[in-house]
Design a binder for this molecule. Sequence first.
Ligand code: FES
Ligand code: FES
Length: 215
Amino acid sequence: MTTPEHDTPKGGTAGSTAGIDASEGQFSRREVLQLAGGAASLAAVRGAVAQAASPRTQEAATMARVELIINGEPWQLELDPRQSLLDVLRETLDLTGTKKGCNQGACGACTILLDGKRVTSCLTLAVMHDGAEVTTIEGLAKGEDLHPLQAAFIEHDAFQCGYCTPGQIVSGVACILEGHASSADEIRGWMSGNICRCGAYPGIVAAIADAATRS
Ligand code: FES
Ligand code: FES
């Protein structure tokens, strides 16, 4: 939380540095060289002030009421309107199955279903989806029974570290529902937004093709 000491850099005010007061107007040659040498640290102090300002801005944010149905369960939430859907799932609701990879829409690790359509949840604000239905990886199994694609991922050894896996599975479920899983090439094309740094692609494609025949 913001504390009063965040308002000014330690050891001085915005108008002075290193004990040299500009109002005196007279610098020795040595002092001028010291000032030039200290430019980098002055820039660092400015950076620290800018960072310190952001929690204050957060506190000032007006909270928004949002209703979501998440994995079939209704939620009424008071949210910072700047929270991404991914952060709400992971940090507010503790649904950490959805992963944060790049946090900029490039890796697909955060894929969820929003009203049945796959979406990268890091790129959309929760407040924009009042009343929407969200399905995460936690919502796919029925009790002890895995979703057919979850079972196929295990059978086809479709993961290594597993970090991309929730996003791959949720995206794969949508890929099948969309009718884009009729061939390995088609699956590769429609799953291209989901990156696997372990290179488990052959197993992922095989699992989706297999689950598509069972759906
Ligand atoms: S974390 Fe959302 S696309 Fe990478
Ligand atoms: S299984 Fe490791 S990134 Fe895909």
